[in-house]
Ligand binder design. Sequence first.
Ligand code: HPA
Ligand code: MG
Length: 216
Amino acid sequence: MANFIKIEDGQTFAKEMFCIPQHYEEYVESVMIPKGLILNRTERLARDICRDLSHGPLVALCCLKGGYQFFSHLSEFIINHNATSGQSLPFSIDFIRLKSYENDVSTSDVKVIGGDDLSSVTGKNVLIVEDIIDTGKTMQKMLNIIAEYKPAQVKVVSLLVKRTPLKIDSYRPDYIGFEVPNNFLVGYALDYNEYFRDLSHICVINKKGKEKYATK
Ligand code: HPA
Ligand code: MG
């Protein structure tokens, strides 16, 4: 099974120890994973991925929007690894968008609301890059969609995996950055109704924040 850094329940940092944008300060409860630690862990995930997928071209598929920061940093580390290791791993990128969240509730209805022509993945090794796996529903939908395009191999990397009782068949990705408690998390491109993506660190949102930015 994939290795990961386990963040224990209640294991957070005081927000006063970090730089938080002023417009979010009163809505953040605490910092769970500072950006520096995210980057260090991402560098190692890139190394593991390059080790395992060194045969043939790799298509990295970014799950928008929440995955864009992780995707950007992971891609940079993979490209740097390619440039310095003497290994040849032709690397291309693509994007897909799925949505399943309303406020902090995962809806049963996962929608594909954007994305490219995925015929670029046919016959290639595909790396699906996700920000967070919660119930596992979105990823199962994603894997079904990708399978239709007949890739050679599909691997999934998720920066975060939540400890939640809702997980379908306890789905686990091939690579995991951190296992996190069952809190609603924001920052580093993870959103709450499109807010908080512009926050560097992965943070726990407070009650006031949930109320302030609720859609209904
Ligand atoms: N935060 C943001 N998006 C999410 C989360 C979360 O905790 N879980 C699933 N999608
Ligand atoms: Mg997401």
